[in-house]
Write a protein that binds this ligand. Structure first.
Ligand SMILES: [Fe+2]
Ligand SMILES: [Fe+2]
Length: 301
């Protein structure tokens, strides 16, 4: 089935899931979560005082996650191109973009008021990131759906864990609120992939295999991304164990139930076998890494 036919076949499910999203999403306001009373003016050219900073790995996570949220207008470009601008697909893409915009607003206001990150370095990085216009570019509709399902869940996990490590009630609340939105985005795409698996099992299975194989945390285009990703993993904000236990097993193996999808052609069956094998291998690698960490062996970035 080609992309146009799949999009058309999914339209009733998109309508249903969009309605569910609107019913579940609670309105909230960034300004009510930001602890403004802790802020003060920045003099022009004022040097940032690192003593107010959060620890390095938490800073890496905030930096990467905020820059990713900043870059979402460009993700919108990919999403609109892949799923279409008209009918309920377009309605969803625009609503999603509006919600994502709120995430960068609240996180940036929180970081600016608390001085947890150097605001000049952050603004320069945002300019470079958004000017670069680099975004993931899914090669098909099934690839796009699978990628965003995994990515929204990964973002939810990373935001939540970052909030827990902030050691600040206000920061925890900001990150938990954003994570709750990411959870609704994840549920939308997770269930859409399930619908797509029933409509066109082989194409979707091939996309699942490819996206699991190629998956990277969002942050593409951010300078020094691998350094930050490594710090984030070492702090347990997002690492291979979480990736395996909180994404690959519950979503790919259980919810999408890839091992039991029926109606696969030969390529689809090969993709199914490959993804099951890969998830097993990732689990083993994650356990090895965790064992080495608990033995105190330093793991190269
Ligand atoms: Fe977001
Ligand atoms: Fe999201």
């Amino acid at each position: 089935m080609d992309d146009t036919a799949l999009l058309a076949a999914l339209r009733p499910a998109v309508g249903r899931l969009f309605e569910r999203h609107l019913t579940s999403a609670k309105e909230w306001f960034p300004h009510e979560l930001v602890p403004w009373s802790r802020g003060r003016d920045f003099a022009p050219g004022e040097e940032w005082d690192e003593s107010a900073a959060v620890p390095g790995p938490v800073r890496s996570a905030l930096f990467v996650n905020l820059l990713t949220e900043d870059n979402l207008p460009y993700y919108f470009r990919s999403i609109e191109r892949t799923f279409g601008a008209t009918d309920v697909w377009g309605e969803w893409a625009r609503r999603w973009t509006a919600e994502e915009g709120r995430h960068s607003i609240v996180i940036r206001d929180y970081l600016t008021v608390t001085r947890a990150i150097d605001p000049i370095a952050l603004e320069r990085a945002r300019m470079r990131q958004v000017s670069g216009g680099v975004t993931p570019d899914p090669r098909s509709v099934p690839d796009g759906l699978v990628y965003v399902a995994l990515q929204e869940l990964a973002t939810r996990i990373a935001h939540r864990n970052t909030g827990k490590l902030l050691d600040d009630r206000a920061g925890y609340e900001v990150m938990a609120r954003v994570a709750a939105d990411e959870n609704l985005h994840y549920l939308f795409y997770r269930d859409l992939v399930k619908e797509a698996l029933a409509i066109d099992p082989s194409s979707v299975m091939i996309a699942i295999e490819r996206q699991v194989r190629e998956f990277e945390m969002p942050g593409v285009g951010i300078e020094d991304f691998s350094h930050h990703a490594s710090a984030i993993a070492k702090a347990g904000i997002y690492d291979l164990t979480l990736h395996h236990e909180q994404i690959l097993v519950p979503v790919v193996l259980r919810w999408w139930d890839v091992a039991n999808v029926e109606g696969l052609d030969a390529d689809g069956a090969r993709a199914r076998d490959a993804v099951v094998t890969r998830i097993d291998r990732v689990g083993k690698a994650a356990r090895r890494l965790a064992a080495r960490r608990s033995e105190g062996v330093s793991i190269p970035a």
